[in-house]
Design a protein around this ligand. Structure first.
Ligand code: CA
Length: 532
């Protein structure tokens, strides 16, 4: 997509079609039968319908290929959805969950933005993309495969992307987005907020200038009621242009791939007026801190940013803690409101009549848990688990309104959407089609941000194993259990906060050895060296 074409769309709001429609029109047959569904249980309080792990289904009913709507936000805890906790106000995402599948055991691929986002949009694990930390991303000639928007563009989709990608490459293109609006990521061909609305962006940055790097200092987490207009926020600007595109930018000859990716509820917590009032400050939960002896050492020791957080938060008042939680929730609600407006617009335009909608966050948020940890940078559940919803009218009726316990991963999104777009099965992808049966034994996540060490997570709904290895061993592409330098094992049912490491306990030996064997097999089966 050239800048000229983008500018043409931006100035005239006209339809662009850089490639003839090459729709494969491969009809996808529904393999699911009601007999294949395990018993359904209803949880009364939240009215959740729960389906057991292996939902035996494949894809939507035959017909034209669905529009694909990809909604993402940043650092949204998996438990901060109204569908799972009625005190959190996220009605638009709750509606998606009620009309689709909520994957309640999904994990990110790395508890960091750039590695996880590369994994999602390339369908590969961090060690396969080579992007292991929040450093530079892949340049154009280093990409191991087509990024998801390019894959779908080549398959005949109109592709439009609004908001954050975080490719962080020096010479980055829009990577398949024909229409691209970006507030932070410099992409050649993208319309940048800094040029489109420089005064608004300055007003935003002036408001957060005391929030520190990444807006993550304690002041950033405490936040404030924003005095900046919504459209001057980076997310508000992305939402506004997304709505304009839906109104007048569509190419009716092609199915749509729409990507809308917000920066919040990541700190800073300056939130437009109206959303804090959804919550009662006195009712906000405050994390309970374990004793220091219970939580150290661990796979993330030394990378917990305690210099940024412990001094302030160990002395903070209960009201400050509650204010921090309230503003995080308020930002979740603001983001949800914008998702809702976009969904309403898509619905009004008939673009949801045959559609698949994905919602996911790139990773979680510790919110002060586990001895004043904030943001992510560890493999504990608040950081490594993510909210993941697959919804839309193209789903078979029996798959709507269910909670799926499968061990879903972010790398599953790429092959799932490719299959829905009629793209033949892709080789070399570690992910599974979320609409097919799963053979996965555990959810996998990598954490490589410590000097010299990498930690791998192997998580079921019941237990979590974390093994740490020297980076030099992992780089050989072959790992043995004897190479492990540290381990953690948690009983997630009895100890959901992961305070009690059972790895060295004799009574845990059978479980430890079984999970370790599985993890080593997995590591050696997925070719850990970068694909290119
Ligand atoms: Ca992030």
């Amino acid at each position: 997509m050239s800048r000229g074409i983008l500018n043409k769309w931006a100035s005239k709001r006209c339809i662009v079609n850089p490639q003839p429609h090459r729709a494969t029109r491969k009809c996808v047959r529904t393999r699911m039968t009601m007999n294949s569904l395990k018993p359904i249980i209803t949880l009364g309080l939240l009215g959740l319908t729960v389906v057991a792990p292996a939902l035996r289904a494949a894809a939507p009913a035959a017909g034209s290929r669905p529009n694909i709507i990809f909604l993402m936000d940043d650092e949204h805890r998996r438990d901060y959805l109204g569908r799972l906790d009625a005190t959190v106000k996220t009605p638009a995402l709750d509606r998606l969950a009620k009309e689709g599948i909520l994957f309640d055991q999904a994990v990110c691929q790395a508890p960091m933005c750039i590695p996880s986002r590369h994994s999602m949009l390339l369908g590969l694990y961090p060690h396969q993309t080579g992007i292991l930390s929040n450093g530079p991303g892949l340049e154009e000639d280093q990409l191991p495969c087509d990024p998801l928007p390019e894959l779908l563009r080549k398959a005949g989709y109109q592709t439009a992307g609004f908001g954050k990608t975080h490719w962080l490459a020096a010479n980055c293109s829009t990577r398949g987005f024909e229409v691209r609006y970006s507030s932070t990521d410099r992409e050649k061909g993208a319309i940048m907020m800094g040029k489109d609305n420089p005064a608004g962006l300055k007003r935003y940055y002036d408001e957060v200038k005391d929030y520190g790097d990444g807006e993550e200092f304690p002041a950033g987490y405490l936040g404030r009621t924003s005095a900046v207009a919504e459209e001057d926020h980076r997310d508000g600007w992305a939402c506004k242009h997304c709505l304009e595109f839906i109104e007048s930018g569509r190419d009716p000859a092609r199915p749509l791939f729409l990507y809308l990716s917000f920066l919040k509820p990541h700190a800073g917590a300056n939130v437009p007026p109206g959303y804090e009032q959804l919550y009662d400050l006195a009712a906000m939960p405050v994390p309970i801190q374990p004793s220091l002896a219970q939580v150290e050492p661990c796979h993330a020791t030394g990378n917990d940013r305690q210099g940024m957080y412990r001094e302030f938060w160990s002395k903070a008042t209960r009201e400050q803690w509650q204010q921090m939680v309230l503003r995080y929730r308020a930002n979740c609600s603001w983001i949800d409101s914008m998702f809702g407006r976009v969904m309403d617009k898509l619905r009004a335009k008939g673009l949801l009549d045959n559609c698949i909608i994905v919602y996911v966050s790139d990773h979680g948020e510790m919110l002060g848990e586990r001895y004043y940890r904030f943001n992510k940078y560890c493999l504990y559940d608040a950081s490594a688990r993510v909210p993941l919803i697959l919804s839309g009218t193209a789903l078979p009726a029996a798959m709507r309104g269910v909670v799926d316990h499968r061990l879903a991963e972010e790398v599953d999104i790429y092959p799932t959407l490719a299959a829905l777009a009629g793209i033949p099965k892709l080789a070399g992808k570690p992910g599974e089609n979320l609409l097919a049966a799963s053979s996965r034994k555990a959810g996998f996540c990598e954490y490589s941000d410590r000097p010299g060490k990498v930690a791998f997570m192997w998580r079921t709904a019941e237990r979590k194993l974390i093994l740490s290895f020297p980076k030099t061993v992992v780089q050989t592409g072959k790992v043995q259990l004897s190479d492990a330098v540290a381990g953690e094992l948690y009983d997630l049912k009895a100890d959901p906060k992961e305070w009690h490491n059972l790895y060295s306990q004799a009574e845990s030996a059978t479980q430890r050895e079984a999970m370790s064997r599985e993890l080593i097999e997995h590591l050696n089966s997925v070719a850990l060296k970068p694909a290119k």
